[in-house]
Ligand binder design. Sequence first.
Ligand code: MG
Length: 159
Amino acid sequence: MLKIGFGYDIHRLEAGRRLVLGGAEIPSPAGLLGHSDGDALTHAVIDALLGALGEGDIGTHFPDTDPRYAGARSLGLLAAVVGLVRAKGAAIVNVDAVVVAEEPRLAPHVPAVKAALAPVLGLPEAALGVKAKTNEGLGPVGEKLAVACYAVALLTVPD
Ligand code: MG
C-alpha cells in the first residue's frame, strides 16, 4: 500500500558555522546550529520517511543526548533510515521538500542539494523536489535567525 509521511525541522543560524542542507555545503556567512551538522532539510526528510513507515521520529532513532551523534553527518543518518525502509520491504516513490530561508538565497544551490540528496535516497533527481522559499521577512526565519524545512515522502509499504 501507499503511505505518506510528513517532516518538519527548524534550526537556528549562527555566524561562522558551515551551512549544510541536504548534504550539500552552501557558501554562507552563517550555518545551522545543531548537535549534528544541523542539516534541517535532511532531518525533515528523515522524519517524513519515518512517519510513512510508522517508525517514530529522528529523536527516537538518533537522540541528541547520544554523544555518538555529536557533529554527525546527517546524510549518514538518512542512509541508515533508507536502510530501514528497505529492511521493512518498503520503497520510496518520491520526496518533495521546501526550504525556507531568507539568506542565503538558496535557489542557485538547488541542483547541488538534489545531487547530494537523491543518491542517498536511491531516487532519480526527477523524484526529488527541492524548493527554495523566503519567508518574506516575517518571523524568525524572515529575520535570518533560522532556516525551516518541510518534506513529504510517499512510500510503498507491504500490508
Ligand atoms: Mg534537526
